[in-house]
Design a protein around this ligand. Structure first.
Ligand code: HEM
Length: 140
């Protein structure tokens, strides 16, 4: 059972990360489009669907399967897991921030520059590298 749940966990992680890497890229292009234009309306639909259909459910499955693995694998006192959970909490916070940005763009209320979106675009990548090293190498 453990291995099957791990497979589910990794599939959910891939879907979550795919969305978390792509959504800020959409923001980079969206902030260049004029509010009310056809292009801007298309970006709104893409962002909303990506968030609701992929990113949100994938995050829930990642968390549920990850917590099951932590409990059933007796990892709860492992240092690497504590570090990993800390980074995943930060990633979940970034996820929450992205969903606020989707709402702001949806209401034509974006106030941030393209440079800002280019920078936050890198945050999920950096967190993902740390998370994967912790769980695979288990250095602590
Ligand atoms: C708080 C949520 C999470 C918890 C509690 C959790 C916990 C775990 C546990 C206990 C394992 C099994 C480790 C083993 O059998 O050696 C695992 C595997 C894994 N997790 Fe997570 N995880 C979470 C979120 C994530 C995230 C966000 C990522 C990637 C960005 C991730 C990537 C992986 C990978 C790649 C594996 C497979 C490692 C291997 O088989 O060597 N996990 N996770």
């Amino acid at each position: 059972m453990y291995e099957w749940i791990k497979a589910l966990h990794v599939v959910a992680v891939i879907a979550w990360m795919a969305g978390m890497l792509y959504l800020p890229r959409l923001f980079v292009y969206h902030c260049e489009a004029e509010a009310g234009s056809k292009q801007s309306e298309t970006f709104k639909v893409m962002e909303r669907r990506l968030l609701k259909a992929i990113i949100n459910p994938a995050m829930i499955v990642t968390w549920l399967a990850g917590l099951y693995l932590a409990w059933s694998g007796h990892w709860l006192s492992a240092g690497w897991l504590h570090g990993k959970i800390l980074l995943v909490l930060v990633l979940s916070g970034v996820h929450g921030f992205f969903s606020r940005l989707v709402k702001d763009f949806g209401a034509d209320r974006n106030s941030r520059s393209q440079k800002f979106y280019r920078i936050i675009n890198e945050v999920p990548t950096v967190l993902m590298i740390g998370i994967v090293v912790l769980v695979v190498v288990k250095p602590i």
